[in-house]
Design a protein around this ligand. Structure first.
Ligand SMILES: [Zn+2]
Length: 293
């Protein structure tokens, strides 16, 4: 059941509230009133819920979109910004499609009101402004991956550099070891992914992986929570930076074999609670950065 899944994702929404969320008419979910979305710890969100149980639906979506906006701004801080290009999205909890960052602004400028609701065919249902034309990346990944609710697509500097090398990513250090499987390369085209056909081809290449490198273009990454989405994007860039810089060296290179990498992965606590710790670190870092401005 869709409602059951979102109850788990949001953590604190009980069954009755979840039903209300699913049954909410589109007009009540206007992005001008709502913020963004989830991935706060259940404890924190639970406290907020107790403060105002009269509007759980609007609050849940607002909180989720606000968190997704934070992901966009953290990614900008961590080397993912490319002018106004790059976008993040989340599955609409009411099953109408997905909320995607609007066009015309950079990742570092995204706030809770900068998301549009589109259906899986790209039709604008709510929100204003330009729609990113690579929306099929998000629609097709979310359509083919029911276990994930968040997608990112960026042209992060070192990921773009790695995307120009005909090299598979290797588990040189912690950053790449984090991924299992190692993010594959999508090599069919370097052109913009603006059609459902290309979106489906990309989704097929990604398979069950948490991220992929798109040849001569950038990357995509996914998550079951905003914490996973953000962590996957950041660690993919770190892994690409390490490998690209190593590629400039003539020194002999080594990397751990599969069993050693698996042991490292286990020791790194690559699980939901571990990822939540990383996300909380980046939330604090963003907060400090924005206070200084
Ligand atoms: Zn792109």
């Amino acid at each position: 059941m869709e409602s059951d899944k979102w109850s788990k994702v949001l953590g604190w929404v009980d069954n009755a509230q979840t039903e209300e969320l699913i049954n909410q008419p589109a007009a009540a979910c206007d992005s001008r009133q709502l913020g963004l979305k989830c991935s706060q710890s259940g404890q924190h969100a639970s406290r907020s819920m107790k403060k105002n149980r009269s509007k759980p639906t609007a609050q849940a979506l607002r909180r989720s979109l606000r968190e997704l906006a934070r992901v966009a701004r953290v990614l900008a801080l961590e080397g993912h910004e490319d002018i106004t290009l790059g976008h993040v999205s989340m599955r609409d909890p009411a099953g109408r499609g997905l909320w995607i960052k609007r066009g015309g602004i950079g990742l570092g400028e995204v706030g809770a009101k900068d998301f549009q609701l589109i259906d899986f065919d790209g039709n604008l249902l709510q929100g204003k402004g330009e729609r990113h034309n690579e929306w099929p990346i998000h629609a097709e990944l979310l359509r083919t991956r029911p276990e994930i609710d968040f997608v990112g697509h960026t042209h992060a500097d070192y990921i773009v550099l790695m995307s120009c090398l005909d090299e598979e990513l290797r588990p040189y250090t912690h950053a790449a070891v984090f991924f299992d499987p190692i993010p594959p390369r999508f090599t069919q085209t370097s052109e913009l992914i603006t059609t459902p056909e290309l979106g489906r081809a990309l989704a097929a290449a990604v398979g069950g992986a948490a991220a992929a490198i798109i040849r001569n273009h950038g990357c995509c990454f996914v998550g079951r929570s905003v914490a996973e989405l953000c962590t996957n994007g950041i660690l993919l860039r770190q892994a690409c930076e390490i490998q690209f810089k190593l590629s400039l060296s003539n020194a002999r290179q080594v990397w751990p074999e599969a069993a050693e990498a698996a042991r490292k992965r286990a020791a790194l606590s690559v699980n939901a609670s571990g990822v939540e710790l990383y996300w909380n670190y980046y939330r604090r870092k963003l907060e400090q950065h924005e206070k200084r401005r």
